[in-house]
Design a protein around this ligand. Structure first.
Ligand SMILES: *Cc1c(COP(=O)(O)O)cnc(C)c1O
Length: 452
């Protein structure tokens, strides 16, 4: 690796909020290095666009989150939410750190097994578990979080057939004071449905009730909502103990912590408004510690945090294709990253930062992707410094959901690389080629000959 060039430190006087004769100053500094690896070098080697992940940031963020909880509560377990980013390299970083796997489909379940996670450390969530998925999960002693009665009855009949005692929890939905209230997943608390489901499980000697689960929503800006959830779940645990003398082993709070991205239309940036891990941990642990659950029955707190653990570790590097004026005279810029690669552009105001020096003047700019589709908008409007055709940029905080919800649409998906903690760059997913996509297709004989 090339020795980094020494740059003399400089001190810049900051007059925050002070306009000059062109308007307010730009808050931007170019991003030329990620984890001390040159952005331009990565693009030269791996192309543009290219996704970049920082192993160091993943590990640091995980350790921060874990510390926030273990400092406040004796028994804490994280389970990595596969759908947030199920690249095997990413999952394995979390598994190396001690995280279990949280999966929501047979596909994800098989991925976790292939990554080497033992069955009893896989949490199986979601409304879609087929009979054969459930059979595998029961045989492997996985933790099955039941979503609805049809699933419960299928598990009861499988338990009899397999002569195994499945380890189950129920997913509970409830009013936590936030809106929208997610009531489509799991059993409702206020209506008594959750209590009813628990009774049906506990009177059945073929099932082992191990936990209670909730996932109240995503990008939750009010830490207190978790305190409300924990108080209600603890109440269920206490009632189970009183009626059946059965202690619940864990309470799983799901995911939902906000990442530091800014929502479209938000008045203040996400870095200022999102609760910290400590604030979430305080709300959650307090609800259990101060409940009527006895000390000897304190459950393990499980967390399935997704976006807040990985968003900051992901970047996409790309290149400006063109600048143009729209009919109303406003400025637009076309870049080679579209919503096919940046699905989260539909709800976040992603930060686009030049990867080289630029003048300090900014202009309101609409940023469009390369797709020939009107929905392909990366930023409806952003105060951006002038970038020319061929200039490169970095879009930050994109590690969550983009590498799973992306689309193979109009164009092929690029490479994903990871920078390890020793500054080495590894390709963890190849770029797609025409042959890859065509390999799924079959043209019947009568359609092989064409006339143009
Ligand atoms: C998606 C999901 C998560 C992760 O959610 P984030 O909001 O990304 O933290 C956790 N648990 C369940 C059940 C989920 O569906």
């Amino acid at each position: 690796m090339k020795k980094l060039t020494y740059e003399r430190p400089i001190i810049n006087k900051i007059n925050s909020g002070m306009p000059n004769k062109f308007g307010t100053r730009t808050e931007y500094q170019p991003i030329t290095y990620i984890d001390e690896v040159s952005v331009k070098e990565i693009m030269k080697e791996h192309g543009s666009p290219v996704y970049v992940l920082s192993e160091k940031t993943i590990r640091d963020t995980y350790k921060d989150a874990k510390k926030a909880f273990t400092a406040r509560y004796p028994k804490v377990q994280f389970a990595w939410s596969y759908k947030t980013n199920y690249l095997n390299a990413v999952c394995n970083i979390f598994h190396q750190e001690g995280s279990w796997a949280e999966v929501v489909s047979g596909f994800e379940y098989d991925k976790a097994i292939a990554n080497g996670v033992s069955g009893n450390h896989i949490i199986f969530n979601g409304p879609d578990k087929s009979e054969s998925d459930l059979e595998t999960a029961i045989i492997n002693n996985s933790l099955i979080h039941i979503d609805h009665y049809d699933e419960l009855y299928m598990i009861i009949s499988l338990a009899e057939k397999l002569e195994k005692k499945p380890k189950v929890a129920i997913r509970v939905n409830m009013d936590t004071g936030i809106s929208p209230q997610w009531s489509r997943f799991g059993f409702n608390y206020e209506s008594g449905e959750a209590w009813d489901a628990l009774n049906r499980i506990l009177i059945n000697k073929n099932l082992e009730l191990v936990g209670l689960h909730s996932h109240i929503g995503t990008y939750i800006l009010t830490a207190n909502a978790y305190n409300v959830a924990g108080t209600k779940l603890a109440d269920l645990a206490v009632r189970v103990k009183e009626k059946y003398n059965h202690a619940i082993k864990y309470i799983d709070f799901g995911g939902g912590f906000a990442s530091k991205n800014t929502l479209i239309g938000a008045y203040l940036p996400g870095t200022d408004t999102c609760p910290t891990f400590s604030e979430y941990a305080e709300a959650i642990t307090t609800s259990i510690i101060n409940s009527r659950i006895k000390l000897e029955d304190f459950p393990t707190i499980i967390l399935e945090t997704g976006r807040a653990l990985i968003d900051d570790a992901g970047f996409i590097l790309g290149t400006v294709l063109a600048n143009k004026r729209l009919a109303d005279g406003s400025k637009s810029m076309v870049i080679n990253v579209g919503v096919n690669l940046l699905f989260t552009a539909f709800w976040y105001e992603h930060r686009i930062t030049p990867a080289q020096n630029f003048s300090s003047h900014t202009e309101h700019t609409s940023v469009y992707g390369p797709l020939c589709m009107n929905i392909d908008v990366i930023r409806q409007t952003a105060d951006l410094p002038v970038m020319r055709k061929g200039d490169d940029f970095v879009i930050s905080r994109i590690g969550a959901y983009n590498m799973t919800q992306w689309m193979q649409f109009i164009t092929l998906r690029p490479k994903i690389v990871i920078i390890d903690t020793g500054r080495q760059v590894h390709v963890i997913r190849k770029n797609e080629k025409n042959e890859d996509i065509n390999s799924f297709e079959h043209v019947p004989d009568h359609l092989k000959k064409i006339n143009v």
